[in-house]
Design a protein around this ligand. Structure first.
Ligand SMILES: NC(=O)c1ccc[n+]([C@@H]2O[C@H](COP(=O)([O-])OP(=O)(O)OC[C@H]3O[C@@H](n4cnc5c(N)ncnc54)[C@H](OP(=O)(O)O)[C@@H]3O)[C@@H](O)[C@H]2O)c1
Length: 341
């Protein structure tokens, strides 16, 4: 089968080659999907450069976290998945940009019939990440104020919609006038260009000095530090992504003082489900599959009610992966970029 392999580290055009590899075999608890579409995830840009420590297999390896397709083989215990159209995470969160993809069934969800293939590919991952950030971790309530950073992106566009759907007031940041328009279209009440404006001061002004209750932080670094200036007492900043520089995941620099004296909380977010999560103590706490099922039910309710919709910013061919990842790196994308296979 054909797959996009990271063969060396560098920018996506340097790092990736389109190669023949042996199809992966599903083990116990796993399914094999024949790929119809794949979605681009910002972490894959970092993967090409070799700076993403969370998913860092030895070279060469097949890039890609998210796949949409039909289950064409199953491992023991997964027979009921056969033939279903699913959106799934590749096993280990790499291997998805390939004609056949193996993933854990605990990280697969049947795709709603009403969605086209590109829409279904854009639905699962961003909305699950945003839901876990806003609700399971951030405990956002109707009537509260939500701040979403990088609001025009894949996860950001989902977070804005979920915040608006739950009855929160939503403030979004993004990096260009075109993206600010997109944020407002997704449901943001206020959109701020954080590349040209002091967003924290603007948030303080827009909330009459009250600040925001929840921050869905998808950027990290100085954007996190600046956000401390506009959090309400009792607020919750959810560290959900680091597209401003993944190195910040492992760097010091978060001083306790602003957190203590701000009377707010800073929390971590990992969207990952397992049938039998490992006991605490291994450094990674994943959610039980039952949490994923509850999130999916809630998302489908809101999808059916017309309160949320997948955002397909662009559909391209599977042959375009390197150039499309470079568009993402250059901050040119809105919503999810989908590749058709
Ligand atoms: N916690 C989890 O379980 C989990 C799971 C998956 C993904 N994530 C994280 O979610 C975040 C969003 O992922 P996504 O795939 O939806 O990406 P995305 O938001 O569609 O794209 C990244 C966006 O980040 C913004 N950005 C800010 N600083 C940047 C910089 N220095 N260079 C490039 N972009 C910058 C850009 O928007 P502007 O131009 O508007 O600034 C860019 O469009 C990522 O950080 C990813 O790691 C978290």
């Amino acid at each position: 089968m054909k797959a996009w392999r990271v063969v060396r580290h560098g920018n996506p055009s340097t790092a990736l080659e389109w190669l023949d590899v042996e199809p992966p075999e599903p083990g116990p608890g796993q399914i094999r999907v024949r790929t119809v579409a794949t979605a681009l995830n910002y972490n894959e840009v970092d993967g090409c450069y070799g700076r993403y420590r969370t998913v860092d297999p030895p070279l060469p390896y097949t890039l890609g976290m998210e796949v949409l397709g039909h289950v064409e083989a199953t491992g023991p215990g997964c027979e009921t998945w056969q033939g279903r159209r699913v959106a799934a995470t590749a096993s280990g969160a790499f291997g998805a940009h390939a004609e056949l993809v193996v993933g854990d069934a605990a990280m697969a969800f049947e795709s709603p019939e009403g969605l086209s293939d590109p829409q279904a590919a854009a639905f699962f991952f961003p909305f699950h990440v945003a839901h876990v950030s806003l609700f399971e971790r951030g405990h956002l309530q109707a009537g509260e104020t939500l701040l979403v950073h990088a609001g025009a992106g894949g996860v950001g566009s989902a977070a804005i919609q979920l915040g608006a759907a739950c009855g929160a007031r939503v403030i979004a940041t993004a990096g260009s006038p075109h993206k600010l328009d997109a944020c407002r279209e997704f449901g943001a009440d206020i959109a701020i260009d954080y590349r040209t404006e002091d967003f924290a001061q603007r948030v303080v002004d827009e909330t009459q000095g009250r600040g925001v209750d929840v921050v869905c932080d998808l950027v990290g670094g100085t954007v996190t530090q600046q956000s401390f200036r506009c959090l309400a007492p009792g607020g919750r900043l959810m560290m959900t992504g680091f597209s401003g520089g993944i190195e910040a995941e492992d760097e010091g620099g978060l001083l306790p003082r602003p957190i203590i004296f701000g009377n707010f909380s800073v929390g971590g977010v990992l969207m990952a489900y397992a049938d039998k999560p490992l006991p605490v103590g291994h450094g990674v706490n994943v959610w039980p599959r039952s949490t994923g099922d509850a999130v999916q039910r809630h998302l489908l309710e809101w999808l059916d009610a017309g309160l949320i919709r997948p955002v397909v910013g662009r559909v391209a061919s599977s042959s375009d992966l390197p150039v499309e990842l470079e568009r993402m790196e250059a901050r040119e994308t809105v919503g999810r970029t989908i590749l058709e296979w």
